[in-house]
Design a protein around this ligand. Structure first.
Ligand code: SF4
Length: 73
């Protein structure tokens, strides 16, 4: 499955980092970043292939602007 972060929508609240620090970190631009992700240039989203959704499910649920998605391949 794929974790997708629509980074332009991120308001930098830090909730995803608090709940899922193994995959998320805050950076100097004031936004959360999906660690080890690649940029999809078409959508300008960060994308990361994972085998297990893990705490990213909680990150999806806690994000106030719904900019984290999980897509089943
Ligand atoms: S929870 Fe959503 S808005 Fe908040 S830092 Fe994470 S991705 Fe950005």
């Amino acid at each position: 499955m794929k974790i997708i972060h629509q980074i332009e929508k991120c308001i930098g609240c830090g909730s995803c980092v608090a709940i899922c620090s193994e995959n998320w970190e805050m950076r100097d631009d004031g936004k959360a970043h999906l660690i080890n992700s690649k940029i999809n240039k078409k959508t300008n989203s960060q994308e990361l292939e994972v085998k297990e959704v893990g705490c990213n499910q909680e990150a999806v649920e806690i994000c106030p602007v719904e900019c984290i998605k999980i897509k089943n391949n």
